[in-house]
Design a protein around this ligand. Structure first.
Ligand code: ZN
Length: 684
């Protein structure tokens, strides 16, 4: 059952090709969510090579700590000299610091990243290539009360079962000794509450065994009858939708007390039916399926039982009290186990289950919250699979604490720094498909925000969002096709933002359209079109943003991209200039009405930015209005500015970032030109 193409059959077996083979196999494992989730699992190969002095040596190449198996490259494998590692098995004990210290002295490249925390385990197993995953089916077998017997029954007695031990010297030594006791051909090893190890002379052989054992486990589980689970009935979808919109901003408010978080949400059928279990209260107490998940989702979620008829203030009170009691419980757990040397992690829940509505996961950025949500979804499915086998076997509280506060594991978090000036914030940018809007979205995303790109041009919007997603990660970019002058479109766009990220902190109201013509020549149609986009559009997005921001209670920042035209009306540009003046007034009203909510509203007046807004027709019209040749237009605009410089979309984007950041936290109701200095355009 090879998953490889034919080229594998004839591949040579030089060290380089074996490392390449390991890279391929590792990615196969790492990109299969049935086998591992983010950061889980590892792989290795032992090859002849040389140590850092250049002397010949057998070298263990193992995945570096913190790299992701799914996107691993040959450079992510760290070389450690086998002779030195193997000798350690004779020791009685070794603590983690000793191991790390020892390993850094025997690495082929001492300045490279540290190898996986399971290096000794790989080194002590006497096989060419070793693969390790946290496959769902294996975790199912290894999280029931009589796991040992279940595993032998499901997989056969040519699989070794190792009791739960936190990774480190003891686990590595126990696993190696368990193998020494067995003489027959062993196909693999299951670490209880943890995962699977298989091996072979080559990565390909090890992978074939991996697949074989997992398929066997899956088959065994699916052959057993599923127990009957009693669930409450599903709620009508429109009521659920409404509750999602009401709950998310409030939940985000209380989970952002220490630092701003984003929320990912799912109400897929599995999670929704899980949330409706009558015994949910006891099921959620089962805890993580492998200690690896503790860093990402904590041991248990928060449950928020809501009903439709709850008023907003009752809902607020409920969320506040549930979050508070979760924190209290976490703090008590920490205090029961901690000595004074440890700092408590945030006591907030990561996962919130709302029966009948869905599951939320909180994270410092969109990718962390999505990873957490995915881990919890797998946890729920493993819970339900274990019910075919018997009763669930949880880690003890001591084991949970020991794993959650294991310094080696906590160090992993520091390898994934989350930073950025507006980290954890959600920014909606209108007219984001191109020009100024696209530049603003990119600037805000680079500064750490999750961005919601709105535009009515679907094709260009998708291509802009795709490019941006490649740069900042797809999970940080949401694109919504919407016409800002269409009330339903705007409402739905903000609902999508709340559903995807939990709320909105920043609005950049940028969408506009240039309508030209003398008043006497303006048709009713052209006039109305300009008012619809250039003023009604700004009103609609502002209203929806303010509604979300005030519900959320975390303040916020709105920036209007206006135009010098608000102060300096342009010839034959009436329908545009008049709307721009109204937009400026809209911003001021919003600043006045919402200052007490901590919402700041500021305006930017750019001038003569060269974007595709200036299509052929507009250029021709402007040139005609100023009685110059079209080719002279750019120079004309440049020379009339005080600084005599060309203004770009990035100049505007930079000013937007300043206005939405803490750096301008005392500024609201301001108008700032980005026009290289136009005397007539000075704000007044
Ligand atoms: Zn593991």
């Amino acid at each position: 059952m090879s998953v490889y193409g034919d080229e594998w059959e004839d591949a040579d077996v030089s060290p380089n090709s074996l490392l390449e083979e390991l890279v391929s196999v590792s990615r196969q494992i790492g990109t299969n969510p049935r086998l591992v989730l983010f950061g889980g699992g590892n792989s290795s190969i032992k090859l002849d090579g040389s140590d850092f002095k250049g002397d010949p040596a057998r070298v263990l190449w193992i995945k570096s700590s913190g790299s992701d198996l799914g996107s691993v490259t040959a450079d992510d494998f760290v070389g450690v000299v086998m002779d030195d590692l193997q000798r350690l098995i004779e020791r009685e004990a070794m603590d983690d610091d000793e191991i790390v210290n020892f390993i850094t002295h025997v690495m082929v490249n001492p300045n490279g990243p540290l190898p996986s925390i399971e290096t000794l385990l790989h080194a002590f197993l006497p096989f060419g290539s070793v693969l390790h995953s946290h496959a769902d089916a294996i975790l199912t077998l290894s999280n029931v009360t009589d796991s040992h017997q279940v595993i032998q029954e499901a997989l056969g007695d040519d699989v070794v079962v190792v009791p739960y031990i936190r990774p480190g010297f003891q686990l590595a030594k126990t696993a190696a000794l368990a193998l020494r006791l067995r003489t027959s051909d062993i196909r693999g090893m299951v670490l209880l509450h943890h995962g699977l190890l298989t091996w072979g002379d080559t990565p390909k052989e090890a992978y074939a065994l991996h697949e074989e054992l997992i398929a066997q486990a899956e088959q065994y589980i699916s052959n057993l009858p599923a127990p009957v689970i009693v669930r409450s009935p599903f709620l009508p979808s429109d009521r659920r939708k409404e509750l999602v919109q009401r709950i998310a901003p409030l939940l985000r408010k209380y989970l952002s007390a220490d630092r701003r978080v984003l929320l990912s949400f799912s109400d897929n059928e599995e999670l929704l039916s899980y949330s409706l279990r009558k015994d949910l209260g006891t099921v959620i107490e089962r805890g993580v399926v492998t200690p690896d998940h503790l860093l990402f989702i904590k041991n248990t979620p928060m449950v928020l039982p809501v009903s439709f008829d709850l008023s907003n203030s009752d809902l607020l009170g409920l969320i506040e009290s549930k979050v508070e009691s979760y924190r209290q419980r976490y703090t008590n757990y920490f205090l029961r186990h901690s000595d004074r040397s440890l700092d408590m992690r945030s006591p907030d829940p990561v996962i919130t289950v709302v029966p009948g509505v869905g599951v939320w996961a909180a994270g410092q950025d969109a990718s962390s919250s999505r990873i957490a949500l995915e881990m919890y979804a797998h946890t729920c499915s493993i819970y339900e699979m274990t019910e075919r086998l018997g009763s669930y076997s949880s880690l003890s509280e001591d084991e949970v604490f020991d794993a959650e506060y294991w310094p080696m594991e906590l160090r992993k978090l520091t390898l994934r720094p989350v930073s950025g000036e507006i980290q954890g914030q959600v920014a909606v940018v209108t007219g984001a498909a191109g020009g100024i809007g696209a530049a603003i979205a990119r600037r805000l995303a680079r500064a750490g925000a999750a961005v919601v790109l709105m535009d009515r041009d679907q094709k260009q919007l998708e291509s802009t969002a795709h490019l941006l997603g490649k740069e900042v990660g797809d999970s940080n970019v949401l694109s919504v096709v919407a016409d800002v002058s269409n009330e339903t479109d705007v409402i739905e766009a903000f609902e999508a933002a709340v559903r995807t990220y939990g709320g909105v902190d920043i609005l950049v109201s940028n969408a506009g359209s240039a309508v030209t013509g003398k008043l006497t020549d303006l048709s009713m149609e052209a006039w109305t079109a300009s008012m619809q986009v250039n003023i009604t559009g700004h009103f609609l997005v502002t209203r929806e943003a303010l509604r979300v921001m005030t519900r959320q209670g975390l303040g916020g920042s709105i920036v209007f991209i206006v135009s010098k035209n608000a102060f300096v009306p342009g010839k034959e540009f009436g329908a545009y200039s008049i709307a721009k003046a109204a937009e400026l007034q809209l911003g001021r009203i919003a600043a006045i009405e919402h200052g007490s909510d901590g919402i700041r509203v500021n305006m930017i007046n750019p001038d003569a930015i060269w974007t595709n807004l200036w299509d052929e027709r507009i250029r021709a019209d402007r040139a005609k209005a100023y009685q110059i040749d079209e080719s002279e237009l750019e120079d004309f605009y440049r020379r009339r500015s005080l600084l005599q410089r060309v203004v770009t979309v990035d100049d505007v984007a930079e000013m937007v970032l300043f206005l939405v950041s803490e750096r301008s936290s005392k500024t609201t109701g301001a108008v700032i030109p980005v026009d290289a200095g136009i005397r007539e355009g000075f704000p007044r």
